[in-house]
Design a protein around this ligand. Structure first.
Ligand code: ZN
Length: 318
């Protein structure tokens, strides 16, 4: 019997994107990972669009069932896009790209019609989304980033002003029931120091949470409609651990004890550091993915210096 070869397109020297990806994509979604185990009760119910409790197992099975096959036309579209990407990618020696990346089509019900990554080499793409070079470039950054040595990734994040916590910090317990997770960026791993004036400085890190801890399916919406973004002020406690800074005299179990800056109240010094190339500022990993995408598709950036620095860091292999 002849061995069936999988349809694939070359992305980078010895690396290929696999388009016959239903089997492998299903397998990736049936693998328990940090993302799945970290989801809140709210999120699991929201992803199944129900108000009843949903277990991790049930959600995992549900998401895996959403994997479908690309049709011939779609495969050809992707092959053309991947060929264009390859011309750009091969300029950057330091890209850490696994030999096989599975580009997986889904019904979109798995993650609220979003494209996302799972595992070390799975990109999941909803059928409702246009087949686009920019979206694939963004998601590919997440794969590159998770396959990158920690020091190199820290170097890249530092271009946008972020510093590593060393070990990721826990999601604040005061907000756990409201937690919203991102499969593309699972940990709270870095913070941004900001000098407000000559004497005052703060350290902030972006976190996502829900407006409500109960999902109401009668609104006919996805979890994205519940999504709030805040910038949590963190500091080192007397044990030298990074923790959220609490408001003085507050109840430490109440979420009102946290110092959370809404995006519209971020000081201008924040934008001086991360630049104004993107409004997708929900995580240092997402800021980087957007800038990487602009570098690859040659978008006109509003802060070109950051793209130049990113290109420089990705050109040299160290
Ligand atoms: Zn992303």
């Amino acid at each position: 019997m002849e061995k069936q070869t999988l349809r694939q397109a070359k992305l980078f020297y010895n690396s290929f994107i696999i388009l016959d990806s239903k089997e492998e994509g299903t397998k990736i979604l049936l693998t328990k990972d940090e993302y799945l185990s970290g989801l809140s009760d709210f999120e699991r119910s929201a992803k199944l669009q129900t108000s009843r409790p949903v277990s991790s197992e049930e959600l995992m099975e549900f998401q895996a069932k959403q994997v479908i096959e690309w049709n011939e036309k779609e495969k050809e579209n992707w092959e053309n896009i991947i060929e264009e990407l390859r011309t750009e990618f091969e300029k950057y020696e330091a890209l850490t790209i696994p030999e096989q990346i599975f580009l997986v089509k889904t019904t979109g019900k798995d993650e609220g019609e979003a494209a996302y990554c799972r595992g070390m080499n799975g990109i999941f793409y909803p059928q409702s989304m246009d087949i686009k070079k920019s979206t694939l470039a963004h998601e590919l950054w997440h794969i590159i980033s998770r396959n990158m040595p920690t020091e190199k990734r820290d170097e890249i994040y530092s271009i946008f002003g972020f510093h590593s916590f060393g070990t990721p910090i826990d999601y604040p317990h005061q907000l756990l029931e409201y937690k919203i997770s991102n499969p593309d960026a699972v940990n709270i791993s870095h913070y941004l120091p900001i000098d407000l004036n000559a004497t005052d400085s703060i350290n902030i890190t972006p976190i996502m949470y829900s407006k409500s801890k109960i999902f109401n399916p009668s609104f006919g919406q996805t979890f994205f409609n519940y999504l709030e973004l805040g910038f949590l002020i963190v500091h080192k406690n007397d044990k030298n651990e990074w923790v959220p800074k609490l408001k003085p005299n507050s109840d430490e179990n109440d979420f009102n004890s946290l110092e959370l800056i809404p995006p519209q109240e971020l000081p201008f010094q924040f934008w001086e550091k991360i630049g104004t190339n993107t409004n997708y500022i929900h995580h240092n990993e997402e800021i980087t993915a957007e800038n990487f995408m602009m570098m690859i598709v040659k978008d006109e950036p509003r802060t070109p210096k950051l793209i130049e620095n990113l290109a420089k860091a990705l050109k040299k292999k160290d």
